[in-house]
Design a protein around this ligand. Structure first.
Ligand code: HEM
Length: 90
């Protein structure tokens, strides 16, 4: 994603930058944006990493569960692509 796409998108950063440009509220400023992105980064890093580590640890101790997970993945997603959020309803 280049700078142009980032600014025109409907993601958190693009929408926050638009609010800064509007100059309607002093709460939308670059210091706040930097702090919030830092918060999301820190909050998401260790939690996600620890959850994945615990998950891999658990399924390595329960091979039958791992086999069932693989069978479900093969059935719903197949082996030619990565899963996406839309696969969750299946
Ligand atoms: C498996 C991964 C994650 C786990 C287990 C986890 C767990 C938690 C828990 C237990 C809370 C406290 C909820 C409460 O008591 O109100 C929390 C809050 C929060 N998490 Fe996560 N989290 C995960 C991933 C992420 C990611 C990826 C992000 C950011 C991209 C994130 C951002 C936040 C933020 C910003 C809060 C504070 C929300 C608030 O202001 O109330 N978390 N998380």
């Amino acid at each position: 994603m280049d700078d142009e796409e980032l600014r025109n998108g409907d993601n958190f950063t693009a929408l926050f930058l638009k609010e800064i440009e509007k100059k309607e509220s002093p709460n939308f400023n670059m210091d706040q944006l930097t702090a919030m992105i830092f918060d999301l980064f820190v909050a998401g890093m260790e939690t996600t990493s620890s959850t994945l580590t615990a998950g891999v640890n658990l399924i390595s101790k329960h091979p039958e569960v791992q086999r069932r997970m693989q069978a479900e993945l093969d059935e719903v997603v197949g082996r030619e692509r990565f899963p996406t959020c839309t696969d969750m309803e299946r």
